[in-house]
Design a protein around this ligand. Structure first.
Ligand code: C2E
Ligand code: MG
Ligand code: MG
Length: 552
């Protein structure tokens, strides 16, 4: 209590034992008073604070008990109390730690969910909007990897400080983990206000940050859903904000997106595709069709004009019949399925090729590889395993088709992987050439032996001088580099003849055959005669500017 004994003696208790309630400092009834009145032991209320002679505040816990004479009359009271300042500080620390992120000082996920729940309840009472957002930093991993984790931590702290500053006091920004933040923004009155707030937040993040003398710029992507229009439970609200975030990332980052109902529909269709494909994989309902690649130049191809076959995947659906890959395209490149499907394709196609080689049909077998599988660290092991399991087909007779855009995702890695594939003997084809942003100089940097000119260009060479020019250019360059050029989507004799004049001799398309099941291939091979395609008619003239759009 801090008083010298002499000063205390004789004073009324209230004058030296001053207690108040923690927080608001409201007076607390003196327990001794009550003991004398009520005659029983009285404990102090929690959160009581003693004010000492020096004006210091000490958290105390205490109780008071009556002193009785033999006959039971109350003579006085004993007051027992002790200092719990340290204990109470620890309790408060623990409570803080359980609800806050220690690095940034922001609320953590637990407190975020709590605030979200409170705010959602309040919305039904007020006529305002509640925004629930998920914010994710763009490219944070690069900063972390490039400048080290200490710098990454400082960056997170700075982002936390700035976003906190950009928001209003009633808003909550919480760190959900890593570089992901959760937002609860209540009492928004119109969408303009919502957009304004979102913009301010992203701008605050995008300002350059000084890290260890380097100016670093980072941005954020933000997905937002609006309650009460989004009237789902907490889980679905967060899922919707997450979908909107995904849309913002896909839209090019450093932007916000509001959740829309159609996102759900897209997501649902995607889920359905995944489930359907997974089931087909497990039930062995994924099958390979084969489409011939032919050569108009005799001699260039081993089997009288047939260079080989491209394996194209199909799904046998119990109700819908045989489905083409567009029906499950997302699944083909999905993180959980791409590798499994890729391994299935290798195994099925190499087994088929082995069989045909044994039967005297030594075709080249081409397999499409998804970008995700190509960049998977286990890709080379997968292909080695498949080749080892099918020694009946030499690796020189196998080709993998990689879409032109796949290597863009991680060029050095793709380059290295493809180089090793070449070492193993495999041929490499760049598929859908011309559709991505790859330039011709790209051809020098990637080890490829074949270019497959996309059918969208081939289809229109008869009518569109621009497509004609592209195919002519690609063919000339590829020929000069010693690469094989395959024109995809050759549907008519006219296409074939014009391609020949361009020195493009390898072709694939419905003119020769649609993709077919493996058991139809030997029959087709027997009936195929390359001479049928060599008419003596003069080739059609190349298109001129005037002919653009004739067929439209
Ligand atoms: P792609 O590799 O460019 O395959 C060529 C596509 O063009 C095939 O479609 C083929 O049926 C079609 N096609 C061939 N000739 C003609 C023609 O003359 N006219 C027209 N209009 N189309 C023709 P499909 O089989 O539907 O495959 C589509 C895409 O799916 C493939 O394009 C490939 O990117 C992907 N894909 C197919 N099989 C697999 C696979 O096993 N794994 C992976 N990851 N992707 C595959
Ligand atoms: Mg292909
Ligand atoms: Mg293609």
């Amino acid at each position: 209590m801090g008083y010298p004994r002499a000063e205390m003696l004789g004073k009324p208790l209230d004058a030296v034992f001053k207690i108040v309630r923690e927080g608001d400092h409201a007076p607390v009834a003196n327990p001794v008073q009550r003991v004398l009145q009520e005659g029983k032991i009285i404990g102090l209320a929690n959160h009581t604070i003693l004010i000492t002679a020096q004006g210091e505040e000490r958290a105390i816990e205490d109780s008071a008990a009556p002193i009785r004479a033999r006959d039971g009359t109350i003579l006085g009271a004993v007051l027992v109390f002790h200092d719990v300042t340290e204990k109470r500080r620890l309790t408060a620390d623990l409570a803080y730690q359980a609800t806050h992120d220690l690095l940034t000082g922001l609320p953590n996920r637990t407190l975020f969910l709590d605030r979200l729940q409170q705010a959602s309840r309040a919305v039904t009472r007020q006529e305002t909007l509640l925004l629930v957002g998920i914010l994710d930093l763009d490219g944070f991993k690069q900063v972390n990897d490039g400048l080290g984790h200490d710098m990454g931590d400082i960056l997170l702290q700075e982002v936390a400080r700035r976003t906190r500053e950009a928001l209003r006091t009633e808003d909550t920004i919480a760190r959900l983990g890593g570089d992901e933040f959760g937002l609860v923004l209540p009492e928004i009155h119109h969408m303009k206000g919502a957009q304004h707030l979102a913009n301010r937040l992203l701008q605050a993040i995008a300002e350059p940050i000084l890290l260890d003398g380097n100016s670093v710029t980072i941005s954020g992507s933000l997905g937002i859903t609006v309650i009460p229009w989004d009237d789902g439970d907490q889980r679905s609200v967060l899922r919707h904000a997450d979908m909107a975030l995904y849309a913002a990332k896909n839209g090019g980052r450093n932007q916000y997106r509001f959740y829309e109902k159609t996102m759900d529909a897209q997501q649902e269709q995607l889920m359905e595709e995944m489930v359907m494909t997974q089931a087909a994989l497990e039930d062995q309902r994924l099958i390979m069709y084969y489409q011939p690649v032919v050569s108009i130049h005799d001699g260039a191809a081993p089997c009288e004009g047939i260079i080989g076959f491209e394996a194209l995947i199909r799904m046998a659906h119990p109700q819908r019949g045989i489905l083409p890959p567009v029906a499950f395209a997302e699944a083909l490149d999905h993180p959980r399925l791409a590798r499994r499907i890729g391994c299935f394709v290798f195994d099925a196609v190499l087994a088929q090729g082995e069989q045909w080689h044994r039967d005297g049909l030594p075709f080249r077998m081409s397999m499409n590889v998804s970008a995700r599988h190509l960049l998977d660290p286990r890709f080379l092991d997968d292909i080695r395993t498949a080749l080892a399991a099918h020694p009946g087909i030499p690796s020189e007779m196998c080709e993998i088709e990689v879409t032109e855009s796949a290597p863009m995702l991680d060029f050095p890695k793709a380059q290295e992987t493809l180089r090793v594939c070449n070492e193993l003997g495999l041929r490499i084809a760049l598929d859908d050439f011309g559709t991505g942003s790859a330039s011709l100089s790209y051809l020098q940097k990637l080890p490829a032996q074949t270019i497959k000119v996309d059918q969208s260009f081939v289809r229109d060479i008869l009518n569109d001088p621009r497509d004609f020019a592209i195919v002519a250019g690609v063919t000339t360059t590829a020929n000069m580099l010693g690469l094989e050029v395959v024109a995809e989507g050759v549907e008519t004799i006219g296409h074939l003849q014009l391609l020949e004049t361009l020195d493009c001799h390898a072709m694939q398309g419905y003119l020769f055959s649609k993709p077919m099941p493996a058991d139809e291939v030997p029959g087709w091979v027997k009936s195929f005669n390359i001479l049928n395609y060599k008419s003596n008619l003069p080739p059609p003239p190349p298109p001129t500017q005037d002919s653009v759009g004739y067929n439209d």
